[in-house]
Design a protein around this ligand. Structure first.
Ligand SMILES: [Zn+2]
Length: 77
């Protein structure tokens, strides 16, 4: 099954959703519950941390202080 990445407009978190079809959308953001989510097309879970729920560094929305992976390329220095 295809694994899609979604970006939450509300809180900026990136999460993955296992969809049976390309038209299927996740019900809501797992973090804040917002239903305004946008599908990510640029990446395909290649650089995702194995733990679920971590902020997606590829989104550019996390900083060095909030990045749980410790390897955020967007960290402000
Ligand atoms: Zn959210």
């Amino acid at each position: 099954m295809p694994l899609f990445e979604y970006h939450c407009v509300g809180c900026g978190s990136v999460f993955e959703h296992l969809a049976r079809t390309a038209k299927e959308k996740p019900a809501a953001c797992p973090r804040c519950g917002a239903k305004k989510v946008e599908k990510q097309f640029s990446t395909f879970a290649a650089h995702q941390a194995p733990e679920a729920g971590l902020p997606g560094c590829a989104s550019g929305s996390c900083s060095s202080s909030s990045c749980a992976t410790g390897a955020c390329p967007f960290s402000a220095s």
